[in-house]
Structures are given as C-alpha cells and as structure tokens.
Design a protein around this ligand. Structure first.
Ligand SMILES: Nc1ncnc2c1ncn2[C@@H]1O[C@H](COP(=O)(O)OP(=O)(O)OP(=O)(O)O)[C@@H](O)[C@H]1O
Length: 256
C-alpha cells in the first residue's frame, strides 16, 4: 500500500524553476534513497513533503489525505516527520530532555512519554548519555539524538536529510543498523544522502533528481548503472571515456 503520493509537483523561487513535474509514490515499510548532484532540488522536495514550504503546482497525499496545504505541526502529528541537514538540538537541555521535549510536542505525556523516551534511547544507543547537555555531545551522538527526536514524534514516514554526513565508517554502520531496525518496525523512510555506501546499503529503491526533474527510479544496482545517472554526477565526457575504455577491454571505474 502507498503511504505517500507526490503528483506533478513543481516549485520555483522567483524566476528559478527548482522542481518540475515530480511524481512518485512510496510503498509503506520501504526505504527509498533520494540522490542527485548538489542543487538538484532534493532538500526543496523534502521541504515540500514535510510542509516547510508549499509547491507552486501539484499535490501531495499522505495516507490518501492531501497535505500540501497543511502546517508542519499538523503533518508531523499525522506521522510524517523530517530531520534537517543541520543538527537542531537544544544545547542547554540534556539529551534525555531533548528527546522528552520532542515527545511532548508530539502529544505524549506522563508515564507513556518516559517509557517512549527510554525505548528510543535504547534503540539509538544513547542511554549512557541521558544526562549530558546537548552542547557536550559528540557529532555522532548529536546525529543519533537528531534521529531520536524525530522518532519521539512517532513517525510513520520519516524524511531523513543527510543525517549521516561526517560519520566515520563504524558510526555509519551503526546508523544503518538503526534504520534497518526502524524499517523492521514498519517505519517508511525517504533518505537523502550523498554517501553512496549508505544508499546502496539500505535502499529498496532509489530516486534520482537532476536539475529539478526525476531522471531515474528503480532498484539501487540498476539505477547507479544507468549512463544518464552517471552523466548527471560525473559529466558526459567521463561516461563516454569509460564506455570507450570498457569497449577496448581496459577496465572501468565504478560509477557514482
Ligand atoms: N529559499 C530559496 N530561495 C531561492 N533559491 C533556493 C531556495 N532554496 C533552494 N534554492 C535553490 O534551489 C536549488 C535546489 O536547492 P536544494 O537545496 O533543494 O538542492 P539539493 O539537491 O538539496 O542540494 P544539496 O545536495 O547541495 O543539498 C538550488 O539552486 C538552490 O540555490
């Protein structure tokens, strides 16, 4: 069953057309990677889906309910939650207070709120940091707190905007593992990420944006092998050289 439907969405800023004719659906319980070169329109698209901005054209449906005119807080209460590229946490509050505040904003109270916070800290491997102020957390801990805060809003669909940037390989593996657990619990995810290792490791499907249009949609291995996707990332000349090298039997370079 589809949890999200984006129908012919377009967005411009002044005279700049940033997104045009974007249409796709997300199946419940899936992880979809959203990739594309810098400036392709990925964050803008996620802003529109999460309600932080309005499309100029088209419609967005969450569980068949039209949401593109609703405020962020109402969309979040429906279970459509996004994280931000830049970590947004409260430095003066402890880690636990940061998560509790998010849960409170999402409508949880009393014992239910505390139990939820405990479960999220355990999942995100943050229990030992419960009393540490936001400002004293390491970057990986701040990233996991960002995810934890989003989870406290009880998302059905989670929009993750580059939550793994700056993590080392071991921390990436941990973060990927957490996302897999979330999927097993039924959370649908749309993941913006420049790290192909992450995209290839967790996505059931990959969407590719280039200059405001969707240029590919399919299983990860298939999508990264498409020459139009490699051209978008690496340029036409690079792809032509690579194809010539392959035809001459001189090997190739792995794409993207
Ligand atoms: N509020 C805004 N006003 C004007 N132009 C904007 C605004 N937001 C985004 N843009 C422009 O829209 C285009 C797409 O930006 P966007 O941030 O969505 O790309 P992106 O694919 O997320 O890039 P990156 O991978 O670098 O984060 C860029 O040309 C950007 O400068």
């Amino acid at each position: 069953m589809d949890i999200l439907e984006v129908r012919e969405v377009g967005k411009s800023f002044g005279g700049l057309q940033v997104l045009e004719g974007i249409s796709f659906s997300l199946t419940e319980g899936s992880i979809t990677g959203l990739i594309g070169p810098n400036g392709a329109g990925k964050s803008t698209l996620v802003n529109l889906i999460g309600g932080a901005d309005r499309p100029n054209r088209g419609e967005i449906y969450f569980h068949s309910l039209r949401v593109d005119h609703l405020p962020v807080w109402r969309i979040a209460r429906l279970g459509l939650v996004r994280t931000f590229q830049v970590t947004r946490i409260f430095n003066d509050l402890t880690l636990r207070e940061n998560i509790r505040l998010a849960g409170w904003t999402g409508g949880l109270r009393g014992r239910k709120l505390e139990t939820e916070v405990d479960g999220i800290m355990q999942l995100c491997e943050l229990e030992t940091k419960a009393g540490v102020p936001g400002r004293d957390l390491s970057l990986p801990e701040q990233k996991r707190l960002q995810l934890a805060r989003a989870l406290a809003l009880k998302p059905k669909l989670l929009l993750l905007d580059e939550v793994m940037a700056g993590l080392n390989p071991a921390e990436l593996d941990r973060a990927i593992q957490i996302l897999r657990v979330l999927r097993d619990r039924g959370v649908t995810m749309l993941v913006i990420e420049h790290l192909m290792r992450v995209i290839m490791g967790i996505s059931d499907r990959v969407l590719v944006l280039h200059q405001g249009s969707l240029i590919a949609d399919g299983p990860p291995e298939q999508v990264v092998g498409l020459s139009r996707v490699q051209e978008a990332y690496l340029g036409r000349r690079y792809v032509q050289n690579r194809e010539t090298a392959a035809a001459n039997g001189s090997g190739g370079v792995s794409g993207c």
